[in-house]
Design a protein around this ligand. Sequence first.
Ligand SMILES: [Mn+2]
Length: 434
Amino acid sequence: MTENHFHTVRQTLLAQMEEGVAIIVAASPKTRSNDTEYPYRQNSDFYYLTGFNEENAILVLVKTAALTHTLLFIEGYNADYALWNGARLSLEEARQRFLVDDVHERSHYAVSIAEVLREHTRLYLDLYSEAPALTEAKKAAHALHHTRGVKRHIRTLIDVTHLIHTLRLIKTPGEIAMIRHAIGITLHAHHEAMRVCRVGMKEYQLQAAMNYVFLHNGAHSEAYGAIVAGGNHANTLHYIDNQDVLREGELVLIDAACEWECYASDITRTFPINGTFSPAQREVYNAVLNVQLAVIEAIKPNVKREWLQTYSEELLCDALIHLGVLSEDRTALMEAKAYKKYAPHGIGHWMGLDVHDPCPYVDEAGESLFLQEGMVMTIEPGLYFRADDESVPLEYRGIGIRIEDTILVTEKGYENLSAGIVKTIEAIEAMCKN
Ligand SMILES: [Mn+2]
């Protein structure tokens, strides 16, 4: 995405603010063990506003009645750091790259922020973050409070993340292009898993085949920890062990996807390990698929998000009655939420810079949001029949199926961004035999 894109995003945030100062802090490196770190992942909100991937940077947005001003604090070039880890952006390079008003060294931040804050009464920040830069800002504000001659002081702290997360609900064409790219790579990875899968392989070997596709295509990170769940493991919703052997006659559920430029993808497919669905597996698979297709078909602007959830629960309930798992009347079952035992998770979630994008689901009054063009969400119904669950017909026990696609709300309806990943029984069996 271009610097103009990020400049526009910052201006949009400034337009949402009242007069005041907003501080958004880059992620700090996280220690893995002793002196080794986890691979660095930028704070999604900071990335959303800057596209900048360095640690310890700080973005400050200032708004007065007359003007707006944007400052970026960065670590800057350091020869010793460059020797060990590679060169960080210099101040001059940063001034050329970013469309901000001022770039300063991180070491000047404490003094600068005190200067900025003495003219303001509102401070926008992540209320729950313990980032050092926010503590420094609060200390500066506190000191100003007791300094004679300062006419204003910070009286109101406002949660800037709520403003940002509300903006993040509606994806720009640039953001949608990033998500498409991530899904494009994930498509190849899922198809590769279907092609290489054999009875007797280990779950992690399918994960490895997918990770090869991610890395080979320049996606250096999964968007979340992969779930590769053979047989009954699919009934453990967040199974990430991926250590077991893939057995004859069982299905494997794969919920795995890569990230591209910090933008996620999130895809689940379930397919037969030996390449052919058994009759019982077909029945459950098509039941889940039909629910998924019906819910996706209902997506369009001005539909309440909450209604999609209720609709999916009704459809899953009908599917369970159809399969003979539930047998009472639907109204009573819905009332008792009897389907929850076999379909315990929600129909989907917002997706973007985070796989579970932290955007609001309800408005200020607590009412469900209506879908709007530019929103991106997953639709992922599942049915889970544990091997030891005697309430389930014998032939279905041990079957767990989820089918997940990523959907963009468009002006007229929707676009299934992952429609290219095979999903019908015929297409999956053909891919498995490929
Ligand atoms: Mn998901």
